[in-house]
Design a protein around this ligand. Structure first.
Ligand code: ADP
Ligand code: MG
Length: 254
């Protein structure tokens, strides 16, 4: 294991004429939690999607645990990986979406064992045992046989987190995991993420929950207009921001 788990270097990404990421550098150390803040449209989701190689970057590179994502280096050339190899890389990257994205036609338990059984070819019995442990961990041991529509949004998101953990990822990416939830359900999801943070899970969390950032983040990153404007410990970025753009953003969300 390398000390830097996620390494983003000089990443540029455009959609047609629109340059959404304009040279992003970001290092996330193993076992640390990075919270990304920034206004809507600043490129936060595009960055997460690029880390997962759901978007192909135009310039720069991204590595996880020392392995380039989407490419193989040979000499000083980069060769694109085949789809199958990209899928293998993605099994090491957990991704939790704003809208849960559970499989609606599968039970909670089936949602959790789907990838371990089909992508990783784990024996079903092992996958079920692991899924039951994970459901207990997110407080949903009694909901294994439920379908997603029978659960609250907060419960669905906790299932989505358990499902991401079922692949034993090297890093977990969260894209506004609580912004689709009713306010009274936000806490139960943040509590699960806090528990993961305490146990040393490497995470990148895009959120507008400043209190959560203050409590859980090792590093807070403020993005605006496709660049990292500033980053540092929560006390520095949240209480003594050095840049006017960070101050302006915080004055709106605090
Ligand atoms: P954030 O998550 O910070 O709100 P996004 O990464 O979603 O920002 O989007 C950044 C910019 O890129 C926005 O202007 C958005 O409209 C644009 N964008 C995102 N995805 C696409 C896409 N697939 N095609 C074209 N433009 C996109
Ligand atoms: Mg977004």
């Amino acid at each position: 294991m390398t000390d830097v788990m996620v390494d983003v270097r000089g990443v540029h990404k455009s959609y047609g004429q629109l340059e959404v990421l304009r040279g992003v550098d970001l290092q996330v150390r193993t076992g640390e939690v990075t919270v990304i803040l920034g206004p809507s449209g600043s490129g936060k989701s595009t960055l997460l999607r690029s880390i997962n190689h759901l978007e192909k970057v135009n310039r720069g590179w991204i590595s996880i645990d020392g392995e380039l994502i989407g490419y193989r280096r040979s000499g000083n050339r980069l060769h694109e990986l085949k789809e199958r190899e990209v899928l293998r890389q993605r099994t090491h990257i957990g991704y939790v979406f704003q809208n849960f994205n559970l499989f609606p036609h599968l039970t909670v338990l089936e949602n959790l064992i789907e990838a371990p059984v089909h992508a990783l070819r784990r024996p079903r019995r092992e996958a079920v045992a692991a899924a039951e442990r994970l459901l207990a961990r997110v407080g949903l041991a009694d909901r294994a046989a439920s379908y997603p529509r029978q659960l609250s949004g907060g419960q669905q998101q906790r299932v989505a987190i358990a499902r991401a953990l079922a692949l034993e990822p090297k890093v977990l990416l969260f894209d506004e995991p609580t912004s689709a939830l009713d306010p009274e359900l936000v806490g139960e999801v943040l509590d699960v993420i806090k528990d993961l943070a305490r146990s040393g899970t490497t995470m990148i969390v895009v959120t507008h929950e400043i209190g959560f950032a203050r409590e859980v983040a090792d590093t807070v990153v403020f993005m605006d207009d496709g660049v990292v404007v500033e980053q540092g410990p929560p006390s520095a970025v949240l209480d003594e921001p050095r840049h006017e753009r960070t101050r302006a953003f915080l004055s709106k969300v605090l």
